[in-house]
Design a protein around this ligand. Structure first.
Ligand SMILES: *[C@@H]1O[C@H](CO)[C@@H](O)[C@H](O)[C@H]1NC(C)=O
Ligand SMILES: *[C@@H]1O[C@H](CO)[C@@H](O)[C@H](O)[C@H]1NC(C)=O
Ligand SMILES: *[C@@H]1O[C@H](CO)[C@@H](O)[C@H](O)[C@H]1NC(C)=O
Ligand SMILES: *[C@@H]1O[C@H](CO)[C@@H](O)[C@H](O)[C@H]1NC(C)=O
Ligand SMILES: *[C@@H]1O[C@H](CO)[C@@H](O)[C@H](O)[C@H]1NC(C)=O
Ligand SMILES: *[C@@H]1O[C@H](CO)[C@@H](O)[C@H](O)[C@H]1NC(C)=O
Ligand SMILES: *[C@@H]1O[C@H](CO)[C@@H](O)[C@H](O)[C@H]1NC(C)=O
Length: 316
């Protein structure tokens, strides 16, 4: 078969060139193999760029041989990877084997072949980009952070399972420089130290060992909310009991970020649990808490444990 092909190519090449130029028709130009790529080391595809078509309908045929074999094969699948491509599924892919690949353009007048491309599937690995990147802002221990999640790249074979390494990059929208974070094999990442009120852009990419990085995924944008920081710690200024029957405490609120803030004052009697004052205060009212005491109690018996908790109104 190889013999046949080679001799037919030679015959075509040695045809007299007098046919060229008739009505502007000629041999097709030389096609060029532009890229071969494997998404996961198990299958691969090659793409070519056609040369001129010589003014005639032109067919493209991809032939390949393997370093260990004499035989010449034709492309098993011209469709899966789109126009001007050849897809080699698992059955047609063997690792650690060099494929010698050529594309031949043929029209009525003759044919023209590309330069051979030598391909070892393990050296052309580049996965697709991760998909479904989603961003969310979250809060933990009063620190605002960004939570990014994504999925591994899509593969034709949904059953195949590969371990990708990921990298994430982030920048404020108006800046040029990205900060890149190495994520490892997880498909999620927590990002701290972001500025409130700023819009950020995030992308992820992945790699399969051995291989190149994928393209960056499509961009996702997120606004880190301003004013969503929790209110600052309030301070108790003083407690006074003018007549030893009631007492009053005052506190100074911390910064509330301009939002209505509730303050709850908790107190306890020595040896008993906490009691919430259940009084609604907002930052515009006086920061005074008054405990009226009934007869069995006097102030002197209290060891007061003041914990003022301020909570932001969440329904913004
Ligand atoms: C093959 O294509 C190349 C480049 O397009 C061209 O120079 C050459 O003449 C073509 N060969 C034949 C036999 O037409
Ligand atoms: C590979 O070949 C086997 C056996 O011939 C066949 O069952 C299987 O479907 C083929 N796989 C692909 C991806 O073509
Ligand atoms: C690769 O294939 C082309 C076309 O079949 C052939 O001319 C070339 O000699 C082959 N290269 C090797 C190293 O076998
Ligand atoms: C191109 O392929 C089609 C379909 O296989 C065939 O009918 C046609 O003759 C081919 N043309 C050339 C120039 O080889
Ligand atoms: C990505 O998101 C789409 C739409 O939400 C969903 O249909 C698809 O299953 C997701 N893909 C993966 C790999 O999670
Ligand atoms: C805050 O308290 C002041 C004074 O008690 C009151 O007029 C105002 O309506 C309160 N604001 C809110 C948002 O509850
Ligand atoms: C603050 O108090 C108001 C009135 O009692 C209540 O409706 C609101 O839910 C409280 N907000 C928070 C964050 O506790």
């Amino acid at each position: 078969m190889k013999q046949d092909l080679i001799s037919s190519v030679q015959i075509i090449l040695f045809l007299p060139l007098t046919t060229v130029g008739l009505a502007g028709q000629s041999f097709p130009g030389k096609p060029k193999i532009i890229r071969c790529r494997s998404l996961e080391k198990e299958t691969f595809s090659c793409w070519w760029k056609p040369g001129s078509d010589g003014g005639l309908p032109t067919n493209y045929t991809l032939f390949y041989s393997k370093d260990s074999e004499e035989e010449i094969y034709e492309c098993p699948d011209y469709r899966t990877s789109g126009p001007n491509s050849c897809y080699f599924n698992k059955n047609h892919t063997s690792p650690w084997t060099t494929f010698n690949i050529t594309v031949t353009a043929t029209n009525e007048i003759g044919s023209n072949s590309s330069d051979p491309q030598y391909v070892d599937v393990t050296s052309i690995v580049q996965p697709g980009s991760p998909v479904n990147l989603t961003l969310e802002t979250k809060r933990s221990a009063n620190i605002m952070y960004l939570w990014a999640k994504w999925s591994p790249p899509l593969l034709a074979d949904a059953n195949s399972n590969h371990l990708y390494h990921y990298e994430l990059r982030i920048k404020p929208e108006e800046k040029e420089e990205w900060e890149t974070i190495s994520v490892g094999v997880q498909t999620q990442c927590k990002i701290n130290r972001l500025n409130a009120g700023m819009r950020y852009v995030v992308q992820v990419r992945c790699t399969l060992d051995p291989g190149e990085w994928s393209e960056w995924s499509s961009e996702r944008h997120i606004l880190i909310p301003s004013g969503q920081s929790p209110p600052e710690k309030p301070t108790i200024i003083k407690c006074r009991s003018p007549e030893k029957e009631t007492f009053t405490c005052w506190w100074k609120p911390g910064l509330d970020g301009g939002h209505p803030t509730n303050y709850t004052l908790l107190y306890s009697k020595e040896g008993s649990g906490f009691c919430a004052s259940d009084i609604f205060w907002n930052s515009t009212s006086n920061n005074i808490f008054k405990v009226e005491e009934g007869s069995p109690y006097t102030v002197g018996f209290y060891r007061l444990l003041w914990i003022v908790m301020a909570q932001r109104r969440t329904s913004l």
